[in-house]
Design a protein around this ligand. Structure first.
Ligand code: HXC
Length: 257
């Protein structure tokens, strides 16, 4: 991998992906996104991994799509390039993904953080959809996920003016889980990942699927899937282990079966 670094077990069952184009503030080039997709798919299939953390560096999570790479492209070039297919694959990852964000999370960088399931941010984190300033609009879900997270008027202001939102405000408006001092953002994200990784990976995947479905469907259909996944959890050995451990007053040992 040229543009990302992967540590398969930064904690038991927790993998860490670091976006690694520091000179370009981790601008999300087509090659970087392709490596990210391939890595996420591998980790999704790896039984030694239960939760994935994606981070950048202290200065930037990612400053957006690679603007230099987009320069001079026609609508047909962009259509043929079909870069959003990569994003569609990432959306299908079944294991939880936590974004550990410090510094800039702009444009595609903000969209990538929002594509993750949870966001832990450093107090220096800055979120924004500044595409309007270069004459385009968000293309990887920003208009939808930002609006669902922080509401119409705040999202509208950010998308129409390109205004940034600092971490404390992002927390206040529900865009992120929490803000921590800059020296802690990664360890806090890994800690959250480790907490989830100690639980039944089957139940975790079933739960993630249903929570995500709430964005895409109406209440009744979401409740039907919830009930199906609830019943399905009873087919796992982990569910038997979890219930037995509770009754026997001991710690469960979940095996992902
Ligand atoms: C390509 C980028 C980049 C980007 C920064 N760089 N952002 N290169 N694409 N999105 C490069 C700069 O050109 C520069 O390279 C180096 O990284 C450092 O950036 P500076 O601008 O010198 O840093 P600074 O002054 O600290 O300003 C930081 C910044 C600014 C505020 C984040 O770089 C900026 O506004 N970047 C663009 C943010 C943006 O508009 N993002 C949305 C992109 S569109 P050199 O070689 O000059 O040193 C998008 C669409 C999403 O994301 C569609 C889905 C994929």
């Amino acid at each position: 991998m040229e543009f990302i670094k992967v540590t398969n077990t930064v904690q038991p069952y927790v993998a860490l992906i670091q976006l690694n184009r520091p000179k370009e503030l981790n601008a999300l080039s087509v090659a970087l996104m392709s490596e990210l997709r391939a890595t996420l798919q591998e980790l999704d299939a790896d039984s030694n991994v239960r939760v994935i953390v994606i981070t950048g560096n202290e200065k930037a999570f990612a400053a957006g799509a690679d603007i230099k790479q987009m320069a001079g492209k026609s609508a047909m070039d962009m259509y043929q390039l079909d870069q959003f297919a990569t994003w569609d694959h990432i959306k299908k990852i079944k294991k939880p993904i936590i974004a550990a964000v410090s510094g800039f999370a702009l444009g595609g960088g903000c969209e990538l953080a929002m594509l993750c399931d949870m966001i832990i941010a450093s107090e220096t984190a800055i979120f924004g959809q500044p595409e309007i300033k270069i004459g385009v609009i968000p293309g990887a879900g920003g208009t939808q996920r930002l609006t669902k997270a922080i509401g119409k008027v705040k999202a509208m202001e950010m998308v129409l003016t390109g205004k940034f939102m600092p971490a404390d405000e992002a927390e206040k408006h529900g865009l992120i889980n929490r803000v921590v001092p800059v020296e802690l953002y990664l360890s806090e994200a890994v800690k959250l990942a480790a907490q989830i990784a100690a639980l039944s990976p089957i139940a975790v995947k079933l739960a993630k699927e249903v929570v995500l479905r709430s964005f895409e469907t109406h209440l009744e259909e979401g409740l039907i899937l919830e009930r199906k996944n609830f019943y399905l959890a009873f087919a796992s050995e982990d569910q038997k282990e979890g219930v037995a451990a509770f009754i026997e007053k001991r710690k469960p040992n979940f095996k992902g079966k």
